[in-house]
Write a protein that binds this ligand. Structure first.
Ligand code: CP3
Length: 360
């Protein structure tokens, strides 16, 4: 395991709720189509999947936003759907329609055929990318590895792609709950193996994306998403040494469950903009770090408006605790979109650093 501390370790310190000189900031989808250099690499590669599956290209695009902005972390360039792809579902992308699977899960027989993929074979390209990125980062900032949550992966695996109403997975949840639990359990084993392998390859923090947890009614969330997130947090913790690799649980629409998520064993909870950071901090009561939560659409405003919203967000977090920003990782409440202006992203990153200096 590569455990050397990066020169800029503010992300790792914030995740441990230690004081920092300025609040760390990174952005979900910080490497993406809003950057002209990303579009150029993608054109050269021919497709998103070629880029994600070629370690040299994945490394190149991972580093692109860091060359432009003073970001405090890199996030592995990959996708959450690499895991079901490695489980044999056949991931492909249709322009304008998003991800799709050739062989979605529709029956008990399909579930029974699923197995945890071999991380050194089917997902070796991801681990090779992690190792290469760590080498190229040369200790500048930490590298974040990630996975989808079991529920969110199951949504794509059963729907066969994106969905407006989640009709297929919700039908399975209602009519064949034991079958869905069986699938979620296998996917959870795969997620734990995947995150452990990324950690062994050099990822210094890990994030789980529960993008679709918020489409569940509370009793369903507590049955079909939360227990699996908790199992991931507990199992990863058990497999970790003294030099613990922090785990961030990000969820869209997870505001109703902040207390429960804070008890999961994770180090940080990532929240969207439907909850204030003041409330998120108060309700998690210093037990975990908090990551978030600017509405990404704020980036459609002017740089002055963006600075204003960043300051409000920082002040909100401070008001939820002892007036400092300790334990805050600044991020958006969801990812950047292709039509966003890189200069506005620059304004955001600068505003976070300016607004949080010597704040502790
Ligand atoms: O954050 C980062 O910079 C790291 C890279 C990353 C990507 N996807 C790159 C990507 C991460 C962490 C993801 C996670 C991911 N992928 C999630 C969870 C996070 C979230 O946004 O809620 C989900 C649901 C997916 C599935 C997925 N992959 C979707 C819905 C899409 C968009 C399809 C489209 O055409 O808009 C993808 C493709 C994808 N993953 C792109 C990128 C940069 C765009 C691909 C392209 O270049 O065309």
């Amino acid at each position: 395991m590569v455990t050397d501390t990066p020169r800029n370790d503010s992300l790792l310190r914030a995740l441990r709720r230690e004081p920092v000189d300025r609040t760390p900031v990174w952005l979900m989808r910080q490497a993406g189509r809003y950057l002209p250099e990303y579009r150029a690499t993608r054109a050269r590669a021919g497709s998103f999947l070629t880029m994600a599956k070629t370690p040299e290209l994945a490394c190149e695009v991972t580093l692109q936003p860091l060359a432009r902005f003073d970001l405090d972390a890199a996030i592995l360039f990959s996708d959450i759907l690499t895991v079901p792809d490695a489980m044999g579902l056949g991931l492909y992308f249709v322009d304008g329609e998003g991800p799709k699977f050739e062989r979605p899960i529709r029956s008990a027989a399909d579930v029974e055929r699923l197995a945890v993929p071999d991380m050194d074979r089917e997902l070796r390209y991801v681990m090779d990318a992690v190792r290469l990125i760590r080498r190229e980062l040369a200790g500048r900032v930490p590298l974040i590895g990630f996975s989808g949550s079991p529920w969110t992966l199951a949504c794509y695996m059963i729907e066969g792609g994106g969905s407006d109403n989640f009709s297929r997975i919700k039908a399975m949840m209602l009519d064949q709950p034991a079958l869905l639990h069986r699938l979620l359990s296998i996917v959870t084993d795969a997620v734990i193996a995947y995150l452990s392998a990324q950690r062994a390859a050099g990822a210094q923090a890990l994030q789980v994306f529960d993008t679709w947890g918020g489409v569940l009614a509370p009793h369903h969330y507590r049955e079909f998403s939360l227990p699996y997130l908790t199992r991931i947090a507990r199992d990863l913790l058990r497999g970790d040494g003294d030099d613990r690799t922090p785990l961030i649980l990000f969820g869209k629409g997870n505001a109703p469950y902040l207390e429960e998520l804070a008890d999961s064993g994770a180090d940080a909870i990532g929240v969207d903009w439907l909850v204030s950071l003041e409330e998120a901090r108060r309700r998690t009561d210093g037990r975990v770090a908090v990551q978030g939560n600017l509405d990404p659409a704020v980036l459609y405003g002017s740089p002055a408006a963006i600075c204003n919203e960043v300051r409000r967000t920082l002040a909100s977090y401070a008001a939820g605790g002892d007036g400092t920003h300790t334990g805050l990782v600044f991020n958006l409440g969801h990812g950047l979109s292709p039509d966003m202006n890189p200069e506005h992203v620059q304004a955001l990153v600068e505003a976070v650093h300016e607004g949080s200096r010597r704040s502790w």
